[in-house]
Design a protein around this ligand. Structure first.
Ligand code: SAM
Length: 289
């Protein structure tokens, strides 16, 4: 049966990868509760953190730690338990394990040892932000956390600039101002930034602003810099969709300078892609002929 969790028996010797709430403790599936209650042990990123969720649902299953600092050793413990016919669940502090969270190396080790790994889908901050963010791009690229060092972060943003998809970032409160400043400086100003903060929690906020306005929006209220963030940036504008200000700059420069030089300067001033400005300049030149 595919449609009844009651008829989905917990198999022996399998690792269940279980998504848990991002904040709201009610965001857990019936199947996840059955599995967390029914397995022999739960591997947790932080046992004290997960114990609060388990207590909330009166689940008494024993827990042990599996985090980024002990993942190799904990994976061996997991495999030994599976070899002894036990059923084990894997959870992280919030959301889906292995997505910007530990677990992938343990999952790979369990799979390599020949045991089944069974996913229990559920909360994920990126998908929650995409579901309520209202960006209509057909594709998205999950980037997760950008590098913490300024230079590396800027290089990575540059490398993502022309990807024809919404970009999805995770960010922590102590870096949110710097990251948004870099995004606003390096990407096209008319792209939409969705700032999804504290999803499923008391101070949930989902705001959409043009990227150019985002630093000022963030600075306007210190509360907007608090909590956990998902940032979505809409896909790059099509080449023929130059903002009015860039068109005006290009026109003024073309009146005074050779085409190539005007395009180069217009790109520097407006932050628009050179090839789009070049195409526009050629179009005007053709129209004059
Ligand atoms: N595994 C998680 C998932 O499935 O989304 C992500 C874990 S990662 C260590 C933590 C980051 O996820 C946070 O820094 C933030 O960027 C994002 N995040 C987690 N919970 C969030 C929430 N309630 N609201 C907004 N972003 C959240």
């Amino acid at each position: 049966m595919q449609d009844g969790h009651e008829e989905d028996p917990i198999k022996t010797s399998a690792l269940y990868v279980v998504a848990t709430p991002l904040g709201n403790l009610g965001d857990i599936t019936l199947r996840a509760l059955d599995v967390l209650r029914g397995v022999d042990a739960i591997a947790c990123e932080d046992t004290r953190h997960t114990r609060r969720l388990l207590d909330h649902h009166a689940i008494r299953t024993p827990a042990f730690a599996l985090h980024e600092h002990n993942e190799a050793a904990a994976a061996q413990k997991l495999i030994a338990m599976l070899a002894a016919g036990k059923r084990v669940a894997l959870v992280s502090d919030a959301g889906t394990p292995c997505v910007s969270d530990p677990g992938a190396r343990a999952v790979a080790a369990v799979r390599a040892a020949g045991y089944p790994v069974i996913p229990l889908p559920g909360p994920n901050a990126a998908i929650a932000a995409l579901s309520a963010g209202g960006l209509a791009d057909p594709h998205f690229l999950f980037v997760g956390f950008l590098p913490s060092k300024g230079m590396a972060r800027r290089q990575q943003i540059e490398s993502l600039k022309s990807i024809p998809a919404s970009l999805v970032f995770y960010e922590a409160p102590h870096r949110i101002v710097a990251t948004i400043a870099d995004l606003a400086e390096l990407l096209e100003p008319q792209r939409t930034l969705v700032i999804a903060r504290e999803l499923t929690k008391l101070f949930e906020q989902i705001a959409s602003v043009p990227l150019a306005d985002a630093p000022a929006w963030l600075a306007a209220d210190p509360n907007r810099q608090r909590g956990e963030f998902v940032l979505l940036v809409s896909a790059p504008p099509p080449a023929d969709d130059l903002p009015a200000e860039a068109m005006r700059t290009l026109k003024l420069l073309l009146a005074e300078l050779p085409l190539k030089q005007a395009v180069k300067l217009a790109a520097e001033i407006s932050g628009q892609p050179k090839n789009a400005l070049y195409e526009q300049a050629l179009l005007w030149k053709d129209e004059k002929l």
